[in-house]
Design a protein around this ligand. Structure first.
Ligand code: GLC
Ligand code: CA
Length: 577
């Protein structure tokens, strides 16, 4: 007993030492670059603006929207895939990486769009989907045609004479990640849908093909690359049998093998270092070490990563707690205080809508709670990624029955729920709330038919609240979500304290209020965010003698000495010195 006590005491001392505040090496932390300082705006191209009435958004639509994008104060656009594709996963299944799917226009339209962005100082980030290709890519057609085809080794094949391959979970296919192909009596691997076979990154020819594709687009002038599902590019290709239940931690088992870093270093030498571009990975491994190994500047691999811890927080309609939200962001900030750089995001094309998920989309609180979340996004350290429509507070759409879903992910999950005998009412309730289709509805431009998105029939139903939530209406209202977004973006763009400033959490245990400071040189700013729909009080010595707010989503500041009453979803930033 005594021994145990001494041991635990020693452990506590050791942990305590590790937690001692560390001097931050500011010079290293502030390695200034445009991709750290800018705000990124993500466009789901089929949903942004349609100019030819076919119901799909297109490049010309984005070009028409460039003045709008510029007015937001954003300086980078990441566009989801628009390459030639059978569109099984809305373009994340590429059949030709150098060709454009005709529904978006042609290469000339792309060039015009890119030139228009560059004229306005907006950089372009390409979605690079190279963990897998489409099964209709010429490489795969060749690969499956015979066992001795030169492209055979472009993919992962398991000859049937070796027996059935060990079970491997697929993210989209309820039947698992191996697909039997009778043509050569072998199974091929697909981490996602069966139409998305995984490329074999161990094959140097595959890697050279990828760098060639990246150079093709960099030569055209794109400024960044978003590496889709990249953690899975490197895997244990002996495909061993793994313990039951391993798939719950699938990144650890299915990806992030040490060779990934060799590939990334090679990609850095061959492509990234040759242009003024950056690369960001989707996913950041399963430990901080993994994440640092991907993005630390002295490693010459990637420049940025985004992790899933926030969007993986409760996806059920019960929602998340401020405690977990604050904890996740504070922990990640601390881990990247000195070295490495991450993206800050709360929504994208794989998630439901920002305000419906993290705020409050009831009409009474929709505006203020979206403004509060945008204040958060744009006042944290890390590059903010904002998703089209979230600058307006676009909400989830109500889709209670499975028939209306077109997304392979939703349909796959539904099939699994049926097979497992789950309660389908409960399943649909959760899907309706958390499905990524919520985040893919057409952009709401005005209150005319189809929200001004298209003159034809939109590929996806427009959210019926477009008559209230739309760009045109919000332009006219100084207090709209849109105009607040612009003010907040301007504040960040003009004040590096919001980009590089050291983050310090205050009021760690407050039930409703997320409070932190950002400090850089002789500037120190205080950010106060009320995450609840009630008034809430705080006391902070910092508030004494404070002057006017830098930004506030209400007219009032209910300050009394060092205490303040915050209104529902109020978001205020003060300068402290
Ligand atoms: C990534 C994309 C997602 C896609 C998947 C397969 O997670 O963000 O939309 O379905 O990869 O490419
Ligand atoms: Ca179109």
């Amino acid at each position: 007993m005594k021994k145990l006590f001494i041991v635990s005491f020693l452990i506590l001392v050791i942990i305590g030492c590790n937690n001692a505040p560390k001097e931050i090496n500011l010079e290293k932390a502030i390695d200034k670059t445009w991709w750290k300082e800018g705000i990124l705006y993500q466009i789901y191209p089929q949903s942004f603006k349609d100019t030819n009435g076919d119901g799909f958004g297109d490049f010309k639509g984005v070009t028409e929207g460039l003045d709008y994008l510029e007015s937001l104060g954003i300086s980078m656009v990441w566009m989801n895939p628009f390459f030639q594709s059978p569109l099984v996963d809305n373009g994340y299944d590429v059949s030709d990486y150098k060709e454009i799917h005709p529904r978006y226009g042609n290469m000339e339209d792309f060039d015009a769009m890119l030139a228009g962005m560059h004229e306005r100082g907006i950089k372009f980030v390409l979605d690079v989907v190279v963990n897998h290709s489409s099964n209709e890519h010429e490489w795969f057609k060749q690969s499956r045609s015979s066992r001795d085809n030169p492209y055979r080794e472009y993919y992962h094949w398991w000859p049937a004479e070796n027996g059935e391959p060990p079970y491997r979970h697929s993210l989209f296919d309820p039947e698992g990640a191996w697909e039997y192909d009778a043509l050569t009596d072998a199974y091929y691997l697909h981490t996602f849908a069966e139409e998305q076979p995984d490329l074999n990154w161990e094959n140097p020819k595959v890697r050279q093909e990828v760098y060639d594709i990246m150079r093709f687009w960099a030569d055209k002038g794109v400024d960044g690359f978003r590496m889709d599902a990249f953690q899975f590019a490197s895997k244990d290709t002996t495909f061993p049998e793994w313990p039951e239940g391993h798939e719950k931690d699938f990144i650890k088992w299915y990806g992030m093998r040490p060779q990934l870093h060799d590939y990334l270093k090679e990609m850095y030498d061959e492509v990234i270092s040759q242009y003024d571009v950056f690369a960001v990975s989707e996913g950041a491994g399963s430990t901080f070490q993994d994440a640092h190994d991907l993005v630390d500047s002295d490693r010459n691999e990637l420049q940025m990563a985004y992790h899933f811890e926030t969007v993986d927080m409760s996806r059920t309609p019960d929602g998340y707690t401020l405690d977990e939200f604050r904890e996740v962001f504070s922990r990640w900030d601390k881990a990247f205080a000195e070295e490495g750089w991450i993206a800050i995001f709360l929504s994208n094309h794989d998630n439901s809508r920002l305000v419906s998920r993290f705020g409050n989309d009831n009409p009474e609180f929709r505006t203020v709670s979206t403004q509060m979340l945008n204040t958060f996004l744009l006042s944290m350290r890390g590059t903010p990624y904002t998703y089209y429509g979230d600058e307006l507070g676009m909400t989830n759409i109500d889709m209670p029955t499975i028939e209306e879903y077109v997304d392979i992910d939703a349909i796959g999950k539904y099939k699994s729920a049926v097979a497992a005998g789950d309660d389908l009412d409960e399943f649909m309730n959760e899907l309706n709330y958390s499905s990524r289709e919520n985040g893919r509805t057409p952009m709401q431009w005005n209150d005319s038919e189809n929200a001004g998105f298209t003159n034809g029939t939109p590929w996806k139903r427009v959210n019926e609240n477009y008559t209230i939530i739309n760009v045109e209406a919000q332009e006219k209202d100084q207090n709209s979500v849109l105009n607040h977004f612009r003010r907040m973006a301007k504040l960040r763009n003009e004040n590096n304290v919001l980009v590089y400033g050291e983050y310090q959490l205050l009021l760690e245990e407050h039930p409703d209020i997320y409070a932190y400071t950002r400090e850089l040189g002789d500037e120190k700013w205080l950010v106060l965010l009320n995450f609840s729909e009630s008034n809430s009080n705080i006391e902070l010595p910092e508030l004494d003698g404070i002057d006017t707010a830098k930004i506030n989503n209400y007219d009032d500041v209910l300050l009394d000495g060092n205490s303040m009453e915050m209104l529902p979803y109020q978001a205020i930033i003060f300068s402290l010195k």
